[in-house]
Design a protein around this ligand. Structure first.
Ligand SMILES: NC(=O)c1ccc[n+]([C@@H]2O[C@H](COP(=O)([O-])OP(=O)(O)OC[C@H]3O[C@@H](n4cnc5c(N)ncnc54)[C@H](O)[C@@H]3O)[C@@H](O)[C@H]2O)c1
Length: 207
């Protein structure tokens, strides 16, 4: 927030549970009131509840699907009316390389694959209103989320990152800035003819 205000912008932080429709409506209304129409939306909220299928509880399934998929749906629905009125909008949804399948993540991979279908349909429905929708699908990025995974599998975060980097063609793990740069491309005015795409940002191709 400080960086934004230092650069001459205006910023507020509004907390909400993205899986709760009422909280989402209230948060988006407050942003619209204080900052003007939200015409850029990045659906980034996420949680992990990893487990092998036979050990996965219904609540672990529901929590992950609710935050990633229902959250992206509720936020997009709340923001689209402002974007449609403005005749301009940019929605970027966070998918993941796990959308292609990842052991221990039936819930997360289903949500992140769902995000891709959701994104393509948003692109089709909202294109005529000047709104684009794209997905960024990160590989391994060093954040609290991957630090928590390292802890769960009983490895130090440094060693966990080293092991991941050795499997990545560019031989390093990603940084949050790698993802922010990709999102900045999609949210820019210049990307108005790019919609419904999924960009893997993973230091190499994925298959
Ligand atoms: N880190 C990676 O390697 C990686 C890889 C692929 C995709 N992603 C995705 O990128 C996004 C960001 O992940 P991250 O690594 O920064 O994770 P993170 O755990 O560091 O941050 C996730 C954020 O989501 C917020 N959040 C969780 N539940 C929420 C809810 N119900 N309502 C509102 N906010 C909620 C948390 O408070 C936290 O600030 C997520 O969608 C994640 O699935 C991350």
């Amino acid at each position: 927030m400080e960086k934004i205000t230092e650069a001459g912008g205006k910023a507020i932080a509004v907390g909400c549970d993205v899986s709760d429709a009422e909280q989402v409506e209230a948060a988006v209304a407050r942003v619209a009131e204080e900052l003007g129409a939200p015409t850029i939306l990045v659906n980034n909220a996420g949680v992990l509840r990893d487990n092998l299928l036979f050990k996965m509880s219904e609540s672990d399934w529901d929590t992950v699907l609710n935050v990633h998929l229902r959250g992206a749906f509720l936020m997009s629905r709340a923001c689209q009316k402002h974007m449609v009125d403005a005749g301009f909008g940019r929605i970027v949804n966070l998918s993941s390389s796990s959308a292609l399948g990842n052991r221990g993540q039936v819930n997360y991979s289903a949500a992140k694959a769902g995000v891709q279908g959701f994104t393509k349909t948003l692109a089709i429905e909202l294109g005529k209103f000047g709104v684009t929708a794209n997905a960024v699908a990160p590989g391994f990025i060093a954040t609290d989320m991957t630090a928590a995974t390292a802890e769960r599998v009983g490895m130090g975060f440094e060693d966990f990152q080293k092991a991941a980097a050795s499997q990545i063609p560019v031989q390093r793990v990603g940084e949050p800035a790698d993802i922010a740069n990709a999102i900045a491309f999609f949210t820019g005015e210049a990307a108005g003819f790019v919609s419904g795409q999924v960009l893997y940002v993973a230091g190499g191709p994925l298959n």
